[in-house]
Design a protein around this ligand. Structure first.
Ligand SMILES: Nc1nc2c(ncn2[C@@H]2O[C@H](COP(=O)(O)OP(=O)(O)O)[C@@H](O)[C@H]2O)c(=O)[nH]1
Ligand SMILES: [Mg+2]
Length: 626
């Protein structure tokens, strides 16, 4: 712009209102100083004209012509000069524009470099922050892992202490049993003596009888018939319950002798059992008594009833149920009494279902070992039930609670059929009753005529392997193991091989419940599961977590741990005959939606029963209407 305004000025246009400092100087100079040759020429011409002032007109004309010429020359020179100046100005303007462009480019480059540097700095800072955060997270994770490891260690220590106490109790019981045995033996000797005398008397009587036999053969036979008929009559008129029938046929039986076998065959015949099945039952039972070294009726009576119930398919019978129920009720008595009392107080202390009522109810659940979250969930469930049923009277909540608890235990239907052999993996912490429960389950399978193999994949303690072997022998199952310290997965692998090869119906795998770290546990169980599955599709078909019902809240963390480590299909609650913490079953079932399939009610083989949610609710909460 400066350039063009200068040009305009030079050619006589209006002067620019603001002097442009960048205007080419040459153009200004050209204007400021009139060209000297032109001036000089004008001066000369003037003088000449004066000299010839008075001369002729010709002279004046010539002078004018000269003047015009000089003026034209001067103008031409000025124009040329202007063009040159214009040229220079143009060049300078170009150079300046270029310089300006370069400066601009440089400035842009500088700014870009600055921005880049800034970005880099920002990135570096972000990275540094991310690293710091990662470090912090690592630290947090490490602390959490430490805390978990400690919790596990504590759980194990607790379980160990419990196992130790158990062992002490067992030793005590053993001493008692030994004393009882000694007494029994003394009694047996006496009985033998008596029997010998009786036999002598009998032999004498027999001799006498034989003397009369020729004449009285028929009446003697009909006497035996009479006895049979009398017993049949009594069985028919008795209450149709297994325990009532047993009471009749065991009259006068005190030990496992010929009389017992005779009566048993009689009962089975009376109940329409096929002769070969009846005979097999008797022989199996005889073999079992021998293995257990049992002789006296009180030692084996409950086992006999259990076996008859299974063989005659009477387990669901009212009578059997009530036997289970009594044990369950005894086990849960402490929880129930406490709970009942508190519930009564709660119901009587409120006249409406307000927030205060529900809060107190939640506290009550937490105190009954339900845990915080399950307690809250149960209260919400109850609120919903009360709303739907239009319940406003606190006393009516008792009935709703019964229903809610029963619903929690409703196991979903599952496909039971599997490809033989059925493989069952037993998991749980030390001392909860895995090994005992395997024996009890194997016993049930054996009672139903199944071929059973038991694998001892708990190879860490020789005593554990030995204990399982003893149980396997008692229930008539086969057994597989390896020396102490062997890889548990190797035991499982070999056992699976044998089970498939030899056509077993069921394979039980016992595992160790060590809990040093979750990682170890997970690795070990994963390895076992993998080898089983490789050998036999779908194996293990059932992973059963065993939980000691006396452990309380610990059961919740155990379930969580094993669920993550191995997956769980079923739960079995043991020691419900002890001072069980009854709320735990509800908490575990609620939190995990895993069905409880059996409950352990004692240390004997027959002390394992299918779980019944309705009975459990009743044993835990008492009657619906009070
Ligand atoms: N009272 C009672 N004791 C049980 C029950 N189940 C197992 N036990 C006892 O608990 C102790 C530990 O059992 P065990 O099977 O060795 O546990 P494991 O370490 O999990 O294999 C043993 O003394 C068993 O007799 C039960 O249902 N009731
Ligand atoms: Mg064990």
């Amino acid at each position: 712009m400066g350039f063009f305004s200068s040009i305009k000025k030079f050619f006589g246009s209006e002067p620019s209102p603001k002097e442009d400092s960048t205007a080419p100087q040459a153009a200004q100079e050209a204007e400021a100083q009139p060209c000297p040759p032109q001036e000089a020429a004008n001066e000369t011409l003037k003088e000449e004209a004066q000299e010839h002032d008075s001369s002729t007109e010709d002279t004046a004309q010539t002078q004018a012509e000269v003047e015009v010429q000089a003026q034209g020359e001067a103008e031409a020179a000025a124009k040329a000069e202007a063009v040159r100046a214009l040229e220079v100005a143009k060049q300078e303007a170009q150079a300046q524009a270029q310089a300006q462009a370069e400066a601009q480019a440089q400035a842009a480059a500088q700014q870009k470099a600055q921005e880049q540097a800034q970005r880099l700095a920002q990135e570096q800072q972000a990275q540094a922050e991310a690293e710091a955060k990662a470090l912090q997270e690592q630290e947090t994770a490490r602390k959490a892992a430490e805390a978990q490891a400690q919790t596990q260690a504590e759980a194990e220590a607790q379980a160990q202490a419990a196992a130790q106490q158990k062992a002490q109790e067992q030793a005590q019981r053993l001493a008692q049993v030994q004393q009882a045995q000694a007494e029994a033996e003394a009694k047996a000797l006496q009985a033998q003596e008596a029997a010998r005398k009786a036999a002598e008397a009998q032999a004498q009587a027999a001799a006498e009888a034989e003397a009369n036999l020729v004449a009285q053969a028929q009446p003697a036979l009909s006497g035996a018939d009479d006895a049979d008929s009398a017993m049949t009559l009594r069985l028919r008129s008795a209450e149709p319950r297994l325990s009532a029938w047993l009471a009749i046929i065991l009259e006068g039986v005190s030990e496992a002798d010929e009389l017992l076998w005779q009566r048993l065959r009689f009962l089975l015949r009376a109940l329409d059992a096929p002769a070969d099945e009846a005979e097999r039952f008797v022989q199996d039972f005889q073999a079992w008594l021998e293995r257990m070294e049992y002789r006296w009726l009180e030692e084996f009576r409950s086992e006999l009833q259990y076996r008859l119930a299974l063989a005659l398919d009477l387990e669901d019978e009212e009578d059997e149920r009530s036997r289970l129920f009594i044990k369950l009720t005894e086990g849960l008595s402490r929880t129930r009494e406490q709970f009942s009392k508190q519930m009564d107080a709660l119901f009587s202390g409120h006249s409406a279902l307000n927030d205060q009522f529900w809060e107190e109810m939640e506290e009550l659940f937490i105190m009954a070992d339900l845990g915080y979250e399950p307690a809250l969930a149960l209260v919400n469930d109850l609120k919903e039930r009360a709303r739907k049923a239009n319940v406003t009277d606190p006393h009516a909540v008792r009935g709703l609670l019964h229903e809610a608890v029963q619903d929690i235990f409703k196991a979903p239907r599952r496909i039971k059929a599997i490809n033989k052999p059925e493989v069952i993996l037993m998991i749980g912490v030390n001392g909860v009753g895995k090994t005992t429960t395997i024996a009890k389950l194997a016993h049930r399978e054996r009672m139903q005529g199944k071929k059973v193999l038991i694998a001892a994949a708990d190879t860490f303690r020789a005593a554990a392997v030995e204990q399982l072997k003893v149980w396997a022998d008692r229930v008539g199952a086969d057994f597989h193991s390896k020396p102490t310290g062997a890889d548990p997965a190797a035991v499982a692998f070999e056992a699976m091989d044998i089970a498939v090869r030899d056509g077993y119906d069921v394979l039980f795998v016992d595992t160790a419940g060590r809990l040093q770290t979750k990682v170890n546990l997970m690795e070990e169980l994963t390895k076992i599961r993998t080898v089983l599955g490789k050998k036999h599709q779908g194996a293990p078909h059932r992973s059963i977590l065993v939980i000691d019902a006396t452990t309380g809240q610990n059961a919740l963390s155990q379930t969580k741990l094993f669920k993550e480590a191995a997956g769980i299909d079923e739960l079995i609650l043991t020691k419900l005959d002890g001072t069980a913490k009854g709320g735990v079953a509800i908490a575990v079932a609620m939190q995990n939606k895993i069905p409880i399939t059996y409950v352990g009610l004692g240390e004997k083989l027959e002390d394992l029963r299918p779980f019944n949610g309705k009975d459990y609710a009743l044993a835990l909460l008492g009657e619906k209407q009070q």
